[in-house]
Design a protein around this ligand. Structure first.
Ligand code: SAH
Length: 351
């Protein structure tokens, strides 16, 4: 079966050209797909014979909404989507004054193993296709009935561990014939896979790169993030400086403050020292408590922020949205896996 959802208009056109169809069909089908058409039969401006051939040879399996939670406090909506093979992933719609942002997943599960994160507890099941990442934006927007203006790749999975699919997704979602979301309205977050960061630097794309830092010293970071044993934080800082030199884009650093682990003054000073010469921005996040983990939120948010700012590093405390619904990445998928009604890609033994 052909996966047209993961193709740009030219690629769709090339498939149809082999069937003797005119090139403009690529644009027609691409724009139907971007608007969330649920079947080829719906594509009313295509000839009937073409629609039936598409139905026979191409997949078009929109995700099924397995769960939805909407925050009564701020309208944040969290979706659990069931993919065609039964795997589940999460997306979140966040409403801001500057627009509506969708947070998407890039993998079913994650193999990075961060100690504080719910998404990684059962490992990675598989990569998502570009079309499956795109579908989360399309159907979250359609269900919420609001225009989506911003995207963050901060859901389940490590985007740079599925980089080819993510790059294709970025191309599709920013295409003027599709959702047309500008690169400057997109953020991509990574736990620090240095080869991926270097590749993105070469491409010089205009989205915002977020790096999940969480500790500026090798010892603490290796404890929290096993990826640090492969790609050490000192090398990561160097890769970030190179990235800034190449792209001119300011990097944002995610930092979840954890009580007694990464919230010491000397760690704030180390961050300031390593970011010298680069206009970075540190996003301080209150740790979301994950039931399976002993880590607790820090009580030093403000002190840490002040310490960074005094040393010339821009630092903000992230506003917490959707605190009344299963908040952080992977928690909804996990809860759902624990209920027996869905297996969501987890084996029987883990439900
Ligand atoms: N794999 C990517 C993107 C997914 S996670 C990455 O690591 O950046 C999105 C962000 O949420 C990351 O910064 C991650 O470290 C953070 N995060 C995960 N679990 C969290 C928790 N329990 N509390 C606070 N932040 C968390």
């Amino acid at each position: 079966m052909i996966d047209l959802k993961s193709m740009n208009p030219e690629e769709i056109g090339a498939v149809l050209a082999q069937w003797g169809e005119p090139a403009y069909r690529g644009k027609q089908i691409f724009s139907w797909l971007s608007r969330g058409a649920r079947s080829f039969g719906d594509m009313s401006d295509l000839p009937k014979t073409l629609r039936s051939r598409l139905e026979e040879e191409c997949t078009l399996s929109p995700p099924r909404m397995a769960r939805r939670q909407i925050s009564r406090i701020d309208g944040t909506a969290k979706y659990l989507w069931e993919l065609s093979d039964g795997n589940c992933v999460e997306s979140v719609l966040m409403r801001y004054r500057h627009g509506n942002s969708v947070c998407v997943s890039t993998q079913a599960g994650c193999r990075m193993g961060c100690a504080f994160c719910a998404s990684t507890i059962s490992g990675r099941v598989r990569d998502l296709t570009p079309g499956e990442i795109l579908d989360q934006v399309i159907y979250t927007g359609l269900d919420s009935a609001v225009p989506v203006s911003h995207i963050v790749l901060m859901g389940i999975g490590e985007p740079l561990d599925n980089l080819d699919a993510v790059l294709k997704f970025l191309e599709l979602v920013s295409h003027p014939w599709g959702l047309n979301i500008g690169m400057r309205h997109i953020s991509l977050s990574t736990c620090g896979l240095i080869p991926g960061i270097r590749r993105l630097g070469e491409l010089g794309m205009q989205f915002t790169l977020s790096v999940s830092l969480h500790a500026p010293d090798s010892e603490t970071r290796s404890r929290l993030m096993p990826v640090n044993r492969r790609y050490d934080v000192e090398d990561l800082f160097r890769a970030c400086h190179d990235y800034f030199r190449k792209t001119g884009r300011r990097i944002s650093f995610e930092y979840a403050l954890i009580d007694g682990v990464n919230d010491h003054d000397w760690q704030a000073d180390r961050i300031a020292d390593r970011l010298r010469g680069m206009p970075g921005h540190v996003n301080l996040i209150p740790l979301n408590e994950v039931r399976e983990s002993p880590l607790r939120p820090s009580r030093r948010m403000e002190a840490f922020q002040k310490r960074l700012e005094r040393r010339g590093v821009a630092a903000t405390v992230r506003r917490k949205l959707g605190s009344d619904i299963d908040a952080s990445c992977g928690q909804l998928r996990r809860r759902e896996a624990e209920r027996s009604e869905h297996s969501c890609g987890f084996g029987e033994s883990q439900t």
